[in-house]
Design a protein around this ligand. Sequence first.
Ligand SMILES: NC(=O)c1ccc[n+]([C@@H]2O[C@H](COP(=O)([O-])OP(=O)(O)OC[C@H]3O[C@@H](n4cnc5c(N)ncnc54)[C@H](O)[C@@H]3O)[C@@H](O)[C@H]2O)c1
Length: 396
Amino acid sequence: MTTTKKIQVGIVGAGFAARFHVESLRRIYGFEVELAGVTSLRAESREAFGEEHGIPVFDNVEAMLEHIDVLDICSPPYVHEDGILAAASAGVGIICEKPLTGCFGPADAGDEFFGNQADKAEMLEELVERLKRIARVVRDNGVFLGYAENYIYAPSIQKEREIVEKTGAQILRMVGEESHNGSGSPVYGIWRFAGGGALMGKACHPLGGVLYLKRAEGIARNGQAIRPVSVSARVHEITRLDGYRDAGFIRTDYHDIEDYGLMHVVFDDGTIADVIASELSLGGLTDYVEVFANNHRTLCRISPTNLVDTFNPRGDQYEDIYTIEKISTKEGWSPAVPDENFTLGYHAEMQDFISCAATGAEPQCGLDLALDSMATIYAAYLSNQNGGKDTEVPSL
Ligand SMILES: NC(=O)c1ccc[n+]([C@@H]2O[C@H](COP(=O)([O-])OP(=O)(O)OC[C@H]3O[C@@H](n4cnc5c(N)ncnc54)[C@H](O)[C@@H]3O)[C@@H](O)[C@H]2O)c1
């Protein structure tokens, strides 16, 4: 279904995510999209971004809200909730980058705050309150919320959803991973801005993928989502080990976050998923979900996708050639991705979100999946605090 209503989108954040959101919003078909505003923390960065992309610049979210239908939140996690509450209260729809929200320590926390040492039972309790508040304000105001977890929209995950739905498959176990060498964001690695480390920044992706596929399985078979009920987890700080030998290739400047995390998730039908995330991985992205079902097996490659392998004997030849996110060298063999915004699911997520904002339909990845993802991750932090003990995932 198409509509003639123009959807006016305002973006918060002028960094890495804002850039691929703009690229994807500019490729929407069937709906008219106007990039009606951008704002970010620093005047010079929002003005440079606005000028580069031809988007009006606003001093803050509040000033932008009356000019837009949808607020697209591409700021760091610590301000996601503020944006969601402000937009929902103004009747404006929401697209929110992952992770939905988290716990960031006391309001006035500075460098003396170490999130990795904070009590995770208290954090889980606080998180549940935050999630309830977000859910209440979004639902009470009846606004659209698209949770920008791109794994859900990656073509490989969507193919597997089709297989599960059409064959009536039962997924028995899954393994998923997202690993690469850190993040380019200056505030990544600091708990009070990011709300956690590898589990929050990276594991949220394959976790979203596995939660989505079990939801789809349950809804296809009997109209009810299969949900996570418990998690056991371990996290580690490998680059801060006394014996870590820094060879200079892997990012090490994390303030208080884990650089490795492992979650074992149990669903309400007793089936399982294992999710791995690390910052310790050279050679670009390692992003996949593998599904072992009662009637088939599928490896969903998110990145690399094995579309192109290219050999370059001399790095400078490829100076102007993009190969794949986070590749540290272009010498030798590279797994090049011809259209990363497509293979990572960025196009499809924006298409779905704009279509739903225009028509009132439910997005593939909305509030419910975001709530389950966040509750699972903070239950995982509590599990780790208790040595990996099986821990209930709060149901919201
Ligand atoms: N889905 C993905 O693959 C993916 C990839 C990268 C980042 N992300 C997510 O996108 C979000 C942003 O990450 P990024 O890598 O673009 O970070 P970034 O640091 O590159 O950009 C963040 C932007 O937000 C602005 N900002 C910071 N604090 C702000 C505040 N209080 N109010 C308004 N603006 C503020 C900064 O000025 C900057 O322009 C994060 O939630 C991250 O997890 C998702």
